[in-house]
Design a protein around this ligand. Sequence first.
Ligand code: YXS
Length: 263
Amino acid sequence: MSSTQTGTVISEVQNNIGIITLSNPGKRNALSQSLLMAMIDALEEFQLQRVPVVIIRAAAGVKIWSAGHDIAELQAHEDPLGYFDGLEQGLRAIQRFHGPVIAMVQGGVWGGACDLVLTCDILIGDESSTFAITPVKLGLPYNVSGVQHFINRVGINIAKEMFFTADPVPSQRAKEIGILNHLVPALELEKFTMTMALHIASHSSMSVSVIKEQFRLLSNANPISPETFEMIQGLRKKVYRSHDYAEGIKAFMEKRPPAFTGE
Ligand code: YXS
């Protein structure tokens, strides 16, 4: 078993299964540019080593799996989720990895990290896992592909409730609405997840890989007209140029509730 610690991520291979452990507890595994680049590097290395399945996890027993996008890296008046943003690059790296990426979750998953685990191919959590998508708490506009991820995963009505309330969805409800593939007792979580990973790895990796790519292409097959895309981008620009977004970031950094004005 080889193990590499790159700053905020530990990557290792166990029985030919790749394991990426988010490892920045002081910042609640916030998805900083450096953490995301380390995750992408680990996936690229696993791809080169022809590792068939990858598990993304946090350290055992954490209360927060990931606090989402690193708010300290968000810039008021700029698109927070542009195509080349680290989070978006990370989500695409997960989608394009040649084999299944399994998210193994204990603790709270917040904001962009919720998009990340929903972008993984399989999601397995224990009773402590919760899932919250939180742009409205920061006055932030989510992006087209991100909203689509949620609609694809939980359906439009549940996705609306998640986005509008920004409330953490507890594990039992997450299982009921399809966020979790499996809800497993904490003590069994690691064994259950590794057993599934090894089971998938025992099948034809070429067949699995091509079927994963078919899912990616079909789930993205929602053509919208250039005018519709430009309208969405225009609406998003109003939000990320707003007072509320600047206030959302400032309030978090000052550790106080935001004073939104709806402008
Ligand atoms: O004060 P220090 O230096 O110790 O740092 C504190 C927090 O500032 C830091 N931290 C973060 N830093 C950057 N980005 C974050 N998202 C973030 N979250 C936390 O970590 C240190 C410990 O935080 P603390 O004391 O609050 O820990 P806690 O255990 O009491 O509470 C854990 C959380 C996760 C409940 C709490 O930290 C929290 O509510 N964090 C923000 C969660 C959130 O709203 N995430 C969304 C980020 S924006 C995003 O992902 C998308 C763009 S969107 O908004 O669209 O969803």
